[in-house]
Design a binder for this molecule. Structure first.
Ligand SMILES: [Zn+2]
Length: 303
């Protein structure tokens, strides 16, 4: 392992697929749109197993007994205290198999398998499971119309309208996106300064697994964890050893320009569900766009 090749400040090189703001992919093939609500599904990104990019999964039937078991996870403080852990444990129970292989019997093992998926894949799985459990749509609480101001007490949201951008069906392990980024200011580390980094789509384990309680609402901390999780190689050595991962404290040195550049680049290589849905106001009939991200929707996961 040698340090990676340097880029000029502000330069970004992407390999594999890339996404624009509208969620359109560019690469060797066209964008796939995933259908939610079936027991069999496709991960937007997937993970590499041998030469293969594994993307298929299957949910268990959403019977009441299973949903009760999932609801009981909320009573376990060690699991429910962390949104990241709760999400992984919920999906571990909800899933029957990933990539054709049954989920591990041991619960912790199954949850860790889910947590090894990319953040975008876990969001997509969570959204899909909600859709499977709520074929008539979910009830939206505490919302109000942005046009007429009327409060909504009984609006149902049909999750079919959630867009999930995904790698094309024939994508291979080599298409799994990576980006090399030349930083403007760089990150002081050891005796030197990191000028160029490689970023990959971060996993749920790196990003949220260890975040508890109040920290879940700390957007700066979550962003730092995302960036830290995404960086997988750098252009420096310390004591003759190439540095691949940077500790969270090193990222405290990030200047806003570099933070924005890294953030933008990560969003270009991460296939994620479009976390908004369109809702017609029952009173005035106008369309509203409602954010569906978990931080604005307590109880988003585990339903
Ligand atoms: Zn209205």
């Amino acid at each position: 392992m040698t340090p990676i090749e340097k880029l000029e400040p502000g330069q970004v090189r992407i390999s594999g697929y890339e996404y624009d703001d509208a969620g359109n992919a560019s690469g060797p093939g066209p964008l796939e749109t995933l259908t939610l609500g079936e027991l069999d599904g496709t991960l937007p990104h997937g993970f590499v197993r041998g030469p293969e990019l594994v993307r298929s999964y299957r949910f268990n039937a959403p019977k009441m007994g299973l949903r009760r078991k999932i609801g009981e996870l909320r009573q376990k403080p060690k699991i429910a205290g962390s949104l990241g852990r709760l999400t992984a444990y919920v999906l571990a129970l909800a899933l029957e198999s990933i990539g054709g292989e049954p989920m591990p019997k041991q619960r912790e093992k199954a949850a860790l398998l889910v947590a090894g998926l990319t953040v975008g894949d876990v969001f997509a799985l969570s959204m899909d499971w909600r859709r499977v459990c709520a074929p008539r749509g979910i009830k939206f609480e505490d919302g109000s119309c942005g046009h007429c101001g009327s409060g909504w007490s009984s609006v149902r949201i049909n999750l079919d309208t959630v867009g999930v951008r995904a790698l094309p069906a024939d994508a291979t392990a080599a298409d799994s996106p990576r980006a090399r980024v030349g930083l403007y200011d760089g990150i002081p580390f050891g005796e030197g300064t990191v000028q160029t980094v490689v970023v990959k789509p971060p996993t749920w384990l790196d990003f949220l697994w260890g975040v508890h309680g109040e920290a879940q609402n700390n957007k700066t901390l979550l962003r730092a964890r995302t960036l830290g999780a995404a960086i997988c190689a750098t252009d420096i050595e310390v004591g003759g050893r190439p540095i691949q991962r940077l500790p969270l404290q090193a990222l405290d040195e990030l200047m806003p320009d570099d933070e924005a550049l890294l953030d933008e680049t990560i969003s270009r290589i991460v296939p994620t569900p479009e976390m908004v849905v369109e809702v017609d106001c029952p009173d005035c009939g106008q369309k509203n766009v409602v954010p569906m991200d978990p931080w604005n929707n307590p109880g988003f996961f585990g339903g």
